[in-house]
Design a protein around this ligand. Structure first.
Ligand code: GLO
Ligand code: MG
Length: 345
């Protein structure tokens, strides 16, 4: 498979049981080893991890046991010629973090969140990656008056600073999202993520990740969100997927809702040599209706769409595009793009 110099990843949660808020699982759980085998078969290069994807039940394990299990996972990856892209603390499921982790009003919860995330940093190191993704799931409110948003912003910054201090080699990638599970999240957009990173004790070690659907949920264009981070050398990963309007977070296959929007994401990644900086991560889910034995096609399709769009971007006549920009003939430019997207191979 021609991969144009890109490396690709997805997370174990992208092969999932299909439960939604109104119904139970519809597919059996796939063993982690089988997910890794699928990843390899489909032509991906790396696995994304939550801390407990790598070391289940880590809250109840000693530091030595965490190390042992993470190192075993690293050997499993090595054996298949795969790597870990990043490790993310799963801070949104524990009973203590019901009302936030770093921004919880209860200091005991904030202390738990920091200790847990230090363990995440250890696991990342054992897995051979310096990247930690912070998706700040419950750092926000359902009720505006429930927390002090100024204080919460400083609490997020303090947590980031503490982590940067804890592991001097760690790089943190903030993944903004405007809502879900919270009504309103404190870090909803790329602008918020970058501002936070710039204020940290070592801005050179804080970057960001754009998830396509999260940008759409914020009413923004994913390619522009990526471009804003690219402009400052801060786009270190992406979660490509798609989203059909302002609904629940759908994690649809990349390009399956709006191919033009997908094209523009690939275009900005191409034009800014993203492949030299980060991997192309997916965060996609199979439709709930998909039978179990066919529930990896969303991964295959997303990868195919990305690669086909790279070919489209590379086929464009750059001189002609410049001429059309000069002439302000955007209708012709529109046709040039539409024609390229509709061409048969
Ligand atoms: C949810 C997020 C989630 C994160 C993952 C890694 O909406 O997209 O899937 O990407 O937990 O931090
Ligand atoms: Mg994501």
């Amino acid at each position: 498979m021609e991969k144009y110099g890109y490396k690709f990843s997805f997370g174990p949660w992208n092969i999932h049981e299909g439960a939604d808020p109104f119904g139970p699982p519809v597919r059996p759980t796939v063993a982690f080893g089988d997910k890794l085998a699928t990843l390899k078969e489909l032509g991906f290069d790396a696995m994304q991890f939550h801390d407990d994807d790598a070391v289940p039940d880590l809250d109840n394990l000693s530091a030595a046991e965490i190390k042992r299990q993470a190192e075993a996972m690293k050997r499993m990856l090595d054996d298949l010629g795969l790597v870990a892209e990043f490790v993310a603390p799963r801070l949104w499921e524990h009973p203590m973090t019901i009302d936030g982790a770093f921004t919880a009003n209860d200091p005991a919860v904030r202390a738990y969140a920091l200790e847990r995330t230090k363990k995440t940093a250890d696991i990342a190191r054992y897995l051979g990656t310096d990247l930690m993704v912070l998706w700040l799931a419950r750092e926000g409110t359902y009720l505006r008056e429930a927390k002090d948003a100024v204080r919460a912003t400083h609490q997020l910054l303090e947590a980031i600073d503490a982590l940067l201090e804890y592991d001097p080699a760690l790089r943190i990638i903030i993944e903004p999202k405007p809502n879900e599970p919270m009504d309103l999240a404190y870090i909803p957009t790329m602008g918020h993520a970058l501002a936070l990173g710039m204020q940290s004790r070592d801005p050179s070690r804080v970057g960001a990740l754009v998830e396509s659907a999260h940008a759409v949920l914020a009413g923004l264009d994913p390619a522009d969100e990526m471009s804003f981070a690219l402009a400052f050398g801060k786009l270190w990963s992406v979660h490509l997927n798609d989203q059909n309007g302002l609904k629940f977070d759908q994690d649809r296959s990349f390009g399956s809702v709006d191919l033009r929007r997908a094209f523009n994401q690939v275009r900005v990644l191409e034009e800014n040599n993203f492949r030299e900086v980060g991997m192309v991560g997916l965060d996609v889910k199979a439709l709930r209706t998909q039978p179990a034995e066919l529930a990896t096609k969303h991964l295959r399709n997303s990868l195919r769409v990305f690669l086909r769009l790279v070919a489209v971007v590379r086929s464009l006549d750059k001189t002609r595009i410049d001429e059309l920009r000069q002439a302000r003939d955007y209708e012709e430019l529109d046709w040039l793009v539409l024609d390229a997207l509709m061409k048969n191979e």
